[in-house]
Write a new protein. Structure first.
Length: 152
């Protein structure tokens, strides 16, 4: 008598499908995986099996399936909070402060406006300045270089 022991990684392994590829946006599911879940549920595969393969919760698989059955949605919703529309009064105030003699950046403008009792986030100020062509992205600040941590 032989006993075969299968590790958790190899249990229910599907050849030719690699579900462990990392997503550049940091999301667990992309559109391809989303459609794969719907196809598997149409084949009557259990939610727990699908959830284990995809690395998501059973509840999320059931929610995807319910939305598909009720609404017929076959696409992921955009993640995150919707940006607030820019207020023209705030834009005028930001641009007028920027044109004053000490040409300050977003943080300086934020502090100046806070003294006047106007609370606008410096990220919103920076976005407004970029749209007006008064500021630009700094490529050195774009991403963290992971190898720098180990250099001396």
């Amino acid at each position: 008598m032989f006993v075969v022991v299968i590790s958790r990684e190899d249990f229910l392994h599907i050849p030719g499908i690699d579900f462990n590829t990392s997503d550049p946006e940091g999301l667990k599911l992309n559109q391809k995986k989303f459609l794969w879940i719907i196809r598997q549920k149409e084949k009557r595969v259990s939610s727990s099996e699908i959830a284990r393969i995809q690395g998501i919760s059973v509840r999320y698989v059931n929610m995807i399936w319910k939305n598909y059955r009720c609404d017929g949605t076959r696409e992921l919703r955009k993640q995150g909070r919707k940006p607030l529309p820019a207020d023209s009064d705030q834009i005028d105030k930001i641009l007028s402060v920027r044109e004053k003699p000490p040409n300050a950046g977003a943080l300086g403008i934020e502090n100046y406006l806070l003294r006047d009792g106007i609370n606008i986030a410096h990220n919103r100020i920076h976005r407004t300045l970029k749209d007006a062509g008064m500021a630009m992205n700094d490529e050195k600040k774009k991403r963290q270089r992971k190898w720098v941590r180990y250099e001396r």
